[in-house]
Design a binder for this molecule. Structure first.
Ligand code: PBG
Length: 335
């Protein structure tokens, strides 16, 4: 993509509509294309066997027991989806102020990851690193006297990353927005012999209203005291995202995440053109819910909106997109 203005002629010698006249012609000059290789499927896991629970604010999305997540991973393999991301719905009884369940090697995420790995060794597995599924405060970090602690949290995140890597996680994705965690996690992984485990850092994660349905799905919303503005970014900021990304690259990030997605396409575009890093976007729960709700009212065509929204990520410069539409869009892309 060039930043220079394109050369154009004047009407009527130049008619922009000429190239749009027919389907073959439009296909010929189309600049970006979404492929199944660009899709990452986020999956919610719950305890139990052969059970699923609907997520009411996310039509079509279910929380699945481990055996069913393994089946979904098989479906992803069949569809050619390269990677899945695992999010646990942790039993409220296991949530504590010190979030120790995060680094229990036998926690729900670790059991899920090893079950998927042994059934489907060739799919990429991404695990979130943050304490919100385990913290009774609902925050991504440890809280003391109402403050979210940075350095103490990073120590716990390192332990969490190591147990996830031991379980077979391929990509560790810190979504917590603590300072310095990328480097600390890189060193912790290397120290345990996991040099090849990748880090996808949520470098530019905003304090957004669009995470609501996700917090319902993982059960962290009710627990959350206050908001996440002392660690997640201010939606007003763009230069700050570049500084976050620069730091994470210097700390050893292999890939960069921008989140949410659609309201932040400008951020994706700036990051991609500035750093030329593998750049991944997250079409978050609220974006998905919004499109479904509008479609349910007959206000937009869900299929078209899904394809257009995902195509927009590619146009903005994203290499891949986390999306709850993953299996639906993959089937569509495969025709
Ligand atoms: C938590 C986390 C969140 C999401 C992914 N990891 C929510 C939050 O920060 O509160 C949101 C995903 C979505 O909305 O789909 N660390």
């Amino acid at each position: 993509m060039s930043n220079k203005p394109p050369l154009t002629g004047d009407f009527p010698l130049t008619r922009m509509r000429r190239n749009r006249n027919d389907d073959w012609g439009r296909r010929l000059v189309s600049e970006t294309r979404l492929s199944v290789n660009d899709i990452i499927w986020p999956l919610f896991v719950i305890e139990g066997n052969d059970v699923s629970e609907k997520v009411s604010s996310m039509p079509g999305v279910e929380k699945l027991s481990i055996d069913r997540v393994v089946k979904a991973a098989g479906q992803a393999v069949d569809l050619g989806i390269p990677a899945i991301a695992i999010f646990p719905n942790t039993d409220a009884k296991l949530k504590t102020p010190d979030a120790v369940e995060a680094f229990n090697p036998d926690n729900l995420v670790c059991r899920t990851v090893s079950a998927i790995k042994s059934a489907h060794p060739d799919i990429g597995i991404i695990c979130d690193v943050a304490l919100d599924p385990y913290n009774s405060d609902g925050h991504d970090g440890l809280v003391r006297e109402g403050k979210v602690l940075n350095d103490e949290t990073v120590d716990v995140l390192c332990k969490q990353a190591v147990v996830q890597a031991k379980a077979g996680c391929d990509i560790i994705a810190p979504s917590d927005m603590m300072d310095g965690r990328t480097k600390a996690i890189r060193q912790a992984l290397d120290g345990e012999g996991f040099q090849d485990v990748r880090i996808l850092s949520y470098a530019a994660k905003y304090a957004s209203a669009f995470y609501g349905p996700f917090r319902d799905a993982v059960g962290s919303g009710g627990a959350l005291k206050g908001d996440k503005k002392t660690y997640q970014m201010d939606p007003a900021n763009s230069d700050e995202a570049l500084r976050e990304v620069a730091m994470d690259i210097s700390e050893g990030a292999d890939m960069i995440m921008v989140k949410p997605g659609m309201p932040y396409l400008d951020i994706i575009s700036r990051i991609k053109s500035t750093f030329a890093m593998p750049t991944i976007a997250y079409q978050v729960s609220g974006e998905y819910a919004m499109m479904h709700a509008a479609a349910a009212n007959g206000w937009l065509d869900l299929d078209l909106a899904m394809m257009e929204s995902l195509g927009a990520f590619k146009r903005a410069g994203a290499d891949a997109v986390f999306t709850y539409f993953a299996p639906v869009v993959a089937k569509k892309l495969l025709g």
